[in-house]
Design a protein around this ligand. Sequence first.
Ligand SMILES: Nc1ncnc2c1ncn2[C@@H]1O[C@H](COP(=O)(O)OP(=O)(O)OP(=O)(O)O)[C@@H](O)[C@H]1O
Ligand SMILES: CCCCCCCCCCCCC/C=C/[C@@H](O)[C@H](CO)NC(C)=O
Ligand SMILES: [Ca+2]
Length: 543
Amino acid sequence: MERLPGGRRPRLVSSLGLGRRSWEVTLDEERGRLAWRDPRPPRRLRENCFVPISEIIAVEETEFNKKQRNIGRWQKMAKLHAFTVYYVKKARNHRWRCSDVTFWCVEEHLCNQWIQALKELLEMQKSRPKQLLVYINPYGGKRQGKRIYEQKVAPLFSLASISTDVVITEHANHAKDNLLEVNIYKYDGVVCVGGDGMFSEVMHGLIGRIQKDSGIDQNNPKASLVQCNIRIGIIPAGSTDCICYSTVGISDPVTSALHIIVGDCQPLDVSSVHHNNTFLKYSVSLLGYGFYGDILKDSEKKRWMGPMRYDYSGFKTFLSHHYYEGTIAYQPAKHTHGSPRDKESCRTGCHICKKSEKQLAEQNKEHGLKHEGGEEEWKVIKGKFLAINAVSMSCACPRSPKGLSPAAHLADGSADLILVRKCSRFDFLRYLVRHTNQDDQFDFPFVDVYRVKCFQFTSKLSEDNESNVMDIGKKRFGQFCRDHPACCCNIVNSTWNCDGETLDSSAIEVRVHCQLMKLFARGIEENCKDEAAHSQSSIEQLL
Ligand SMILES: Nc1ncnc2c1ncn2[C@@H]1O[C@H](COP(=O)(O)OP(=O)(O)OP(=O)(O)O)[C@@H](O)[C@H]1O
Ligand SMILES: CCCCCCCCCCCCC/C=C/[C@@H](O)[C@H](CO)NC(C)=O
Ligand SMILES: [Ca+2]
């Protein structure tokens, strides 16, 4: 396409065949879309059909006769030339699918002009990945990771001309260790096929590698960590897939692959967890002590059950009704404008996360990598708790579509700290059930929620018994109590559930790092079936 003054491109408008009819097709670079309309539509179809260029997956020359149905006299009169545009079609519940439309014409030159113009525009989509490093956990979830990748994802990557290096993991920590060695900088992103645990591995590998290459000591809980700009894509094939669900709105491999192909980018908060100046773990979803820690600990022994293990251990843990005593100290997140009791949730283009992004940029400009603002007031809470949950995102998942904290933000630099105090089994059940319906799960006298930027937790046991000798006794006592399932006493420690991995230390120090990493996602889109998809479906009815 020739350029107009100022580098602008003209619109490319042609009359092209689509099905049996002739359509007016427009490639409008300024509006960023490919549109087609029937110049003489029946009354019920006076719509313009369009696809945003940013959601076109690929364009290919098409061998017309193989692909098309009989289009009547045109086919007999001349050799036809055709091209197919593959694009994202948005279905219900945030599901994306790859759809296609084939246009034809008699002139070869016109067909080539269209293919070239579309390819040039796709080349200009700079955020799209060209080379990806893929890790597949063959044992996650229902052990379908390899099949899902090969059958549903690889063909889409190949259609979009993305080249991949694929590693099928052979043991736990394979991906993490590998990321510390390989030349990660030649890739535009890393994809993990598996569940939250697999994502956590890849995230630890990437963040750890960036800190190592930048000379940052991860053991220092006050260090300002260096942001990781290599995006991670999640192809869900795990048991909970909470991180995928909370950032895309659905756990569906094809939808996630398409978000990777179009080059989406969603920044994500990451919490660091330390104990005594020793780095333990990073977390992006749930850090849970008590109920979720106990479920995880029990379910790890039942991995052979697959995703069902969480239901089994969940029921068992609910019946055991253990509570734990301890002290929590936290610093409120004063920089962010939202509250955990907001009615609005974090959605694509969220203005609260955008404000945090701006603040972060200003802060980095002023202070470089030096950590600031550590001396604000701490609030202290002591008590007996059934659950202590800190979530950096909503933690929505198929079991709980609004999540543990429905108004938590993906990238605002804060976590929601949820304290569920000792209450009756019946009340705790009411609290749990509210995760599955529209009622407010924070509207109970025994539940408190705070938006925090950091917190510390020490169990009563760690406070009381600090010496090694006492530690041995404590472990023995713990064993004793576990041997009597009917006992609900609080003299044992729970474990922390850190994004689905257990942490044995019950005294921890947690800090949220605003937007430390990025995903191939765009957050959850507002739940309306968009105009383009609507028009596309009417077109399909017509063809
Ligand atoms: N080849 C392997 N063999 C054994 N374990 C592996 C292998 N590859 C990865 N892992 C480990 O398996 C753990 C669980 O995997 P993954 O998260 O994919 O599935 P899941 O636990 O079923 O799902 P979720 O985390 O969503 O509940 C990860 O923590 C990862 O370290
Ligand atoms: C009787 C009805 C009870 C319904 C209880 C529903 C509550 C479900 C909430 C699930 C939240 C899961 C948060 C995600 C945690 C993940 O990090 C982790 C690893 O995948 N998964 C689990 C289960 O720990
Ligand atoms: Ca957050």
